[in-house]
Design a protein around this ligand. Structure first.
Ligand code: DAH
Length: 345
């Protein structure tokens, strides 16, 4: 029997660490079990001659006490940690469900339109919802007191001012900001929320969304406008889509047109969505009026351009045939959950 064996085991026990009750039990068996190392030393002790018994007896008993105390200590620590864990949480409980929202139909449509125009090389620009008279009307060729202003019922914030603040009634004001700040040529789409003082009904709302498009360069013609709109319509509504343009009036474009696409429900045969005409109106457009270019400091002799604007709710209505505008604003989960995936028409 050697002193070193006892000291080595005391050293081992002092640094012993267990992180499960199973490990503690294994350690108990290793040191104190029937075939354990300490038990073996006690066996050996029996054969030690009488004179040496004094030398080994005391340290051997101490070793056994150290082992018993250590095993108890480790067990207690793990029991305590286990109890704390059990009290704090039940690891067998099912996890919390992560509720994923769905995209709003207006967001889906906006993203689709923006992505189509991105492919055509357009940038995206945004402007403030609280605008001034200059950007919403004046710079777009609506002179003060011009009857064209009656087309859009405006929420004014500060009246009686030379350039009153108001909630923008269309996103065309963002084209003015683009012309003021962006280098030429400009190719930009401007999605955003707009406001009009309208009574809320299935067909009208005081808040809705538009996307505006603007292209300005040298030698831009009406043919370019037609081609851009046709390519857009085919990307958006399918490759068979036809477009037609009807003459119209907007103060900021000359000439101006209203664009219809062939009805993608009845393919021109006539249904209740297209009211039997085979055509669906989707946007207004035209060649940017030279007055509008000049108002933002662009030389109208050198540059020309086209612009267009459409309502996002209108496009969503055509895409999903949800024909009551109020659904888009009421946050009814039963409605919103219908749009869990982006539906392709
Ligand atoms: N701003 C028009 C509206 O709100 C839509 C529009 C028409 C925009 C013709 C345009 C355009 O850029 O060229 O009714």
């Amino acid at each position: 029997m050697k002193r070193e064996d006892i000291e080595r085991l005391i050293g081992e026990l002092n640094t012993l660490k267990c992180n499960s009750l199973k490990m503690v039990e294994e350690a108990r068996i290793k040191y104190l079990g029937k075939k354990g190392e300490i038990t073996a030393l006690f066996e050996e002790f029996r054969n030690v001659d009488k004179d040496s018994k004094r030398e080994f007896g005391k340290p051997l008993n101490e070793l056994k006490q150290v082992a018993i105390a250590k095993i108890e200590e480790l067990k207690a620590a793990l029991d305590e940690a286990g109890a704390a864990l059990e009290a704090s949480e039940d690891l067998t409980m099912p996890g919390d469900e992560l509720e994923l929202g769905s995209r709003h139909p207006v967001s889906i449509v906006r993203e689709e339109i923006v992505n189509i125009f991105r492919k055509f090389g357009y940038d995206v620009a945004e402007g403030p919802e609280i605008e001034d008279d200059h950007h919403v009307f004046e710079a777009l060729n609506f002179p003060a007191n011009h009857p064209a202003r009656d087309m859009q019922d405006t929420f004014f914030i500060s009246a009686g001012h030379l350039n009153p603040l108001l909630l923008r009634t269309h996103t065309s004001c963002v084209q003015v900001r683009a012309m003021e700040t962006m280098p030429l040529p400009i190719r930009v789409v401007c999605p955003g929320r707009v406001f009009r003082n309208e009574a809320i009904s299935a067909r009208a709302h005081c808040i809705f969304h538009q996307i505006e498009g603007l292209y300005i360069d040298e030698n831009v013609t009406f043919a370019d406008l037609k081609q851009a709109i046709l390519l857009f319509a085919r990307e958006m509504f399918g490759p068979q889509t036809q477009i037609r343009m009807r003459p119209s009036y907007f103060p900021f474009t000359e000439p101006s047109a209203e664009v219809d696409v062939s009805c993608n429900i009845c393919h021109g045969k006539g249904c209740n969505i297209c009211k039997g005409t085979g055509w669906l109106e989707i946007m207004g457009c035209g060649m940017v009026d030279p007055n509008v270019l000049e108002a933002s400091g662009i030389d109208s002799k050198k540059y020309s351009g086209f612009a267009f604007g459409m309502g996002l709710e209108r496009i969503a209505m055509l895409k999903w045939q949800v024909n009551d505008l109020r659904h888009y604003f009421e946050n009814d989960l039963r409605f919103l959950r219908e749009f869990n995936t982006s539906l392709e028409v």
